[in-house]
Design a protein around this ligand. Sequence first.
Ligand code: MN
Length: 201
Amino acid sequence: MSFTLPQLDYAYDALEPHIDARTMEIHHSKHHQGYTNKLNAATEGTENDSKDILDILSNLDMTNMPLRNNAGGYYNHKLFWEIMSPNGNNKMSDELKSAIDNSFGTFDNFKDSFSKAAAMRFGSGWAWLCVKDGQLQICSTANQDNPLMPSIGCGGTPILGLDVWEHAYYLNYQNRRPDYINAFFSVINWGVVSEKFNQVS
Ligand code: MN
């Protein structure tokens, strides 16, 4: 089995002005393609050859750095493209809305906590909204790690992820990571996040 680069459901310029077309094109066609190619190289001819990505991540040998970095990179970016939309902020389900209120008090509190997790991640990494034991949790992870990997982050299942590597925002935002984080909230596809929440909760 080999992995292929997931296609976007929208054009590279569809998320402007929040995320610019050039960043999207390089991020998808170069960075994500690179993780995909290297994941194939890291699994070919190994016991991981016929496994799906969730199986690879949950049973990962964390000392296998090529597999760790590229399985993470492949999965993380696939999720990232799915949970964004040019019609951002389309409807969140009542179930997810209630879960956010239960875990964080208000949506604004959730946004503050998530934004802090993303802003405070030193260097490269991701911020996550996860479901763990039916509850929502926020965490962040370094590099291309994610909470599906053994003993990483909050250990939940991600339903929303934000890439805070500089390659995700530097062309448009330079050092202004907080502005990029804020802009991300304008392009979140809450419909898809709600579906993912329903699947794991
Ligand atoms: Mn990235």
